[in-house]
Design a binder for this molecule. Structure first.
Ligand code: G3P
Length: 272
């Protein structure tokens, strides 16, 4: 599974690229806001255009998703095109991120505007990452419209299921991939028993019908969920910086290191 960093923080991004463990970047309006506010709190003013260019250069050779902020298809298409034309020349690695359905509620009359924007932009040759996917059906439509990347939000499905079960939880808590059994069956959201179940079903549909899109497991909050996403066959997992760091931690690793360090034969360490 490819690993992307889910961040708009240039320091985090640079660090993970230096470590050589990431294959791309996903950003979204909330992540960009956090990054800009963090810099403002540190007394730094951000020139957004230059800042994004820096991110793109750091990621040269790997994809970076930039999300539209418009909701109406025509405007999303204009903004998607504009962002692509403005930023893709920097390092030729821009994906435009489009929500699968930009509606705020069922009453909104713009349910297919995301799909329309994906279709049009994909036809222009602009690679699309379709975001905010919460059902395999949404993934199927996005793939048919031409999205190269499909982004199901695993953690947020888990939040939704835990709320349904009145479970107290922290955002980073592990949620079992096979769901939580209540009254003899896993609690579900229209047949989806966990975020990983959503990812697994998206992967299955893409593979069964050879749709050619990649499934990117988004909203992953802890290392075990990353493992589950990889085992579910996700092509990509996008991870916050903290989760990438947590992936290396284990008490027995620390203990083993202490023992190996205690047992060093000085003559061996001094070999030149
Ligand atoms: O890539 C989507 C991601 O940023 C959402 O994560 O943890 O806010 O659900 P989260």
């Amino acid at each position: 599974m490819k690993i992307f960093i889910d961040s708009a923080d240039i320091d985090e991004i640079k660090q993970t690229y230096e470590w050589g463990v990431v294959d791309g970047i996903t950003t979204n309006p909330s992540l960009l806001k956090q990054a800009v506010e963090r810099r403002a709190a540190a007394g730094e003013k951000t020139d957004i255009r230059k800042y994004i260019e820096k991110i793109l250069m750091t990621a040269k050779g790997t994809p970076v998703s930039l999300e539209v902020t418009e909701r109406e298809s025509k405007k999303m298409i204009e903004q998607g095109r504009r962002l692509f034309d403005m930023f893709n020349p920097v390092a030729k690695n821009v994906y435009i991120k489009i929500p699968v359905n930009p509606s705020f509620s069922e009453e909104d009359d713009i349910h297919f505007h995301g799909i329309e924007a994906i279709r049009t932009l994909a036809k222009m040759g602009i690679p699309i990452n379709c975001t905010l996917i919460f059902t395999p059906e949404q993934a199927l439509l996005a793939a048919k419209a031409g999205a190269k990347i499909l982004s199901p939000f695993a953690g947020r499905i888990d939040d939704h299921l835990r709320k349904k079960m009145n479970i107290d939880f922290k955002k980073t808590d592990y949620f079992p991939a096979d769901g939580i059994i209540e009254k003899g069956a896993p609690v579900d959201d229209n047949g989806i028993v966990s975020g990983i179940d959503l990812v697994r079903k998206c992967v299955q549909i893409v593979a069964t019908y050879g749709l050619g899109s990649e499934v990117l497991a988004a909203s992953l909050r802890n290392p075990r969920q990353v493992r589950d996403a990889a085992l579910a066959g996700a092509h990509i997992g996008t991870l916050p910086f903290e989760v990438i760091k947590d992936m290396l931690k284990h008490g027995k690793t620390y203990e083993g290191m202490k023992n190996f360090t205690r047992d060093i034969v000085q003559e061996y360490a001094d070999l030149k």
